[in-house]
Write a protein that binds this ligand. Structure first.
Ligand code: FAD
Length: 375
């Protein structure tokens, strides 16, 4: 196997595969090596996005097939239920395993991929970059790095974490309404934002997740809360497990002429929600028609939206400093805003009218407290 490449990609996850599938030409002259620490593509993740008018159709653009979609959503707190028919929009579920598999199949002829290969060190040596991995040493002119490493100096907001444990379960009774997705059902918690997220696929099957927005999530406690939450469904069988910790933070990746950060560590996760698939798709659509060449990697740099970052900064301050009030923030947003504006806002594509609609539906006192709160 050769050891020198034009580009080495660290990680075969969502951001690098979406990027390569869109930006590598069919018969590219570039030599690209992808190094992934996992043994194979795993089956423990889902990617949900909002779809509808004004948003890039991810299924079409990335040749993916969604597993399920919902046109009704629910959010609830303290017995108050907000149900919304979101047509012509929908909340769409992509199975993680199928998504990553499809994307990697699309670039199969253009890249070499080594699984079970953990990158240990990356060293810049003159014009070349040396990559030491568990599977030997490689070198390249450029690196695309999707490791979720964030340096302190790159953090531009409060730093909280979204921790969740979820199971796809099958119950005995016809418990679920497969047409309605529960986006947030808040639980009482004075020190963290806690909610259940429930995505039903049939009357008997659903993905149920217990989620925390927290400064320092205790995963043992979260697991016992989740086990308790599952009891309300009666007898159930676990079909799948997914868990994760996603940083909820604004990031400005350090400039580097040879190492191109991508994904989580490049600020491609929406700070206020922890979602990234839509953000990655929006970013790539800005480079439509371009292809990856020997010297143009840095021209794909991700540029954040300062207005959305400003809102997210306040959101994060509210969530971090007033966790007992954060359900009010979400309930206000979902109940008072027009769903089209809300979905475009959550999908990083709001118009001026959408922004005004969102501002009008925010709890002003709480947002002002967040704005004025010192670190
Ligand atoms: C369980 C879960 C559910 C999520 N659900 C949603 C959702 O519904 N909608 C949404 O938009 N977002 C969701 N997210 C958030 C986000 O979409 C994902 O985190 C997304 O995968 C981010 O893309 P990425 O490329 O930055 O990271 P990843 O997809 O994690 O890719 C990084 C890859 O790099 C590999 N890697 C790391 N270190 C090394 C190393 N040293 N050597 C070699 N390989 C390495 C990792 O194994 C991984 O495969 C979810 C996240 C998780 C964890």
């Amino acid at each position: 196997m050769k050891t020198e490449y034009d580009i080495i990609v660290i990680g075969a996850g969502l951001s690098s595969l979406m990027f390569l599938s869109k930006m590598l030409k069919q018969k590219t002259k570039l030599s690209v090596l992808v190094l992934e620490q996992k043994k194979s593509i795993t089956n423990n993740q889902s990617f949900c996005v909002w779809e509808g008018p004004g948003l890039i159709d991810i299924e079409k653009q990335f040749k993916l097939r969604a597993k399920h979609r919902w046109e009704k959503i629910l959010i609830e707190n303290n017995g108050e239920k907000i149900k919304k028919d979101i047509q012509p929009y929908r909340y769409v579920y992509h199975d993680g395993h199928a998504t990553l598999k499809k994307l990697s199949r699309q670039i199969k002829g253009q890249v070499e991929t080594l699984y079970n290969t953990k990158v240990k060190r990356v060293n810049e040596m003159g014009k070349k970059i040396q990559v030491a991995s568990s599977n030997g040493n490689f070198s390249s002119r450029y690196i695309i790095d999707s490791r979720p490493k964030i340096e302190k100096s790159e953090i531009k907001s409060e730093y909280i974490q979204q921790a969740f444990i979820g199971n796809e379960i099958e119950v005995n009774s016809n418990y679920f309404n497969k047409f309605e997705a529960t986006i947030m059902s808040f639980s009482k918690n004075k020190t963290e934002t806690e909610f259940i997220y429930q995505l039903p696929f049939t009357k008997k099957r659903a993905l149920v997740e217990t989620t925390l927005f927290s400064k320092n999530p205790n995963l043992k406690k979260l697991q016992s809360k989740h086990t308790k939450n599952l009891k309300k469904y009666g007898t159930y069988k676990i079909l799948k497990t997914e868990r994760g910790i996603i940083p909820m933070v604004l990031i400005e990746a350090k400039k580097n002429k040879k190492i191109f950060k991508i994904g989580t560590s490049a600020g491609m996760v929406r700070a206020s929600s922890g979602y990234s698939m839509r953000k990655i798709a929006n970013w790539l659509s800005m480079h439509k028609g371009k292809t990856l060449k020997k010297n143009n990697l840095l021209s794909f740099k991700y540029i954040p939206n300062p207005l959305l970052d400003f809102f997210d900064k306040i959101f994060l301050r509210v969530i971090k400093n007033y966790p007992d009030k954060s359900p009010d923030l979400f309930i206000n947003l979902f109940s008072k805003s027009n769903h089209k504006s809300l979905i475009k806002f959550l999908s990083d594509k709001p118009s001026r009218t959408d922004i005004i609609n969102i501002i009008m539906s925010m709890p002003k006192g709480l947002m002002l407290k967040g704005l004025l709160k010192k670190k």
